[in-house]
Design a protein around this ligand. Structure first.
Ligand code: FBP
Length: 261
């Protein structure tokens, strides 16, 4: 059984996200992480369930990792240049292209509550059905966003989780507002879809590992993380620590001591 399919049975997930060049621009990277091969090697040696890439990175860098690290191909994306702050993330790749590139799952961001929601839901419904035809899991970046939306309000996050599940997501990537009771409800709202934490901007090691540990304790299956790992000064140790917290349920104190984080 494929590693990513396995996760749907074992309920544990550790994904490494590398789509920031498009979403945020190269400012998130340093001289090492600007090289996608460096981050792909981290995904391999850090034993991630999958790497998240946009089409162009997959075309140019994924071939050597194809049978080693499963790929979640992101099918939409946008820049955050000042003129482009509108919450619409257009599709830039098809499911059949994702299959050709060796993807094991596809990813799509939905900005629930955005003035472009209708357009995005139309795109997504087609993608979701095509993914079903190819037997590929569907990962939704559930990011409520737009005028008047507080994307960290528990009810708003829960609405996004429920809507994603009802629209056919298998895995839902969402933000955590550090309200653990609220997160328990969010996981319930996602039903049989699995919930993974979206990493967010870099915070202290202890804060991040605690967040991961907390959300797992209330039913999330893991994390889809980018900056909190590859911006860390010990990214491999951080990956090992995450592995032990998620897959072995080791404590935060234990892994921090073990890996000198
Ligand atoms: P991080 O762990 O670095 O936050 O990555 C998760 C992610 O969803 C990326 O996949 C994506 O590029 C980025 O965050 C989008 O974040 P935002 O839209 O909040 O700027």
């Amino acid at each position: 059984m494929h590693k990513l399919q396995e996760l749907l049975f074992h309920n544990k997930a550790l994904f490494l996200a590398l789509d920031h060049g498009l979403e945020h621009g190269p400012k998130d990277f340093n001289i090492q992480t600007i090289d996608p091969e460096y981050v792909l090697n981290l995904a391999l040696h850090g034993k991630y369930n999958a790497i998240v890439l946009q089409k162009g990175l997959a075309e140019k860098y994924y071939e050597n990792f194809r049978y080693k690290v499963p790929l979640i191909l992101k099918l939409n994306g946008k820049t955050n240049l000042p003129q482009n702050v509108l919450p619409y993330s257009p599709q830039n790749c098809s499911v059949s292209r994702a299959v050709k590139l060796g993807a094991s799952a596809i990813g799509y961001t939905i900005y629930f509550g955005s003035p472009y929601e209708t357009q995005m839901l139309k795109e997504f419904s087609k993608i979701q059905e095509e993914a079903r035809d190819h037997n590929m899991p569907v990962v939704v970046w559930s990011y409520p966003r737009g005028p008047g939306i507080n994307d960290l309000d528990t009810d708003v996050v829960a609405y996004g989780a429920r809507a994603s599940m009802e629209l056919g997501a298998d895995i839902i990537k969402l933000k955590y507002n550090r309200n653990l009771e609220g997160f328990k409800w969010i996981v319930k709202c996602a039903g049989k879809a699995r919930v993974v934490l979206s990493g967010g901007p870099k915070v202290s090691t202890q804060e991040f590992l605690k967040d991961v540990n907390d959300i797992i304790s209330v039913g999330a299956v893991g994390v889809a993380v980018g900056r909190n790992v590859w911006q860390h000064n010990k990214p491999l140790e951080m990956s090992k620590a995450l592995n032990e917290i998620i897959f072995e349920r080791k404590s935060v104190d234990y892994v921090m001591r073990k890996y000198k984080l």
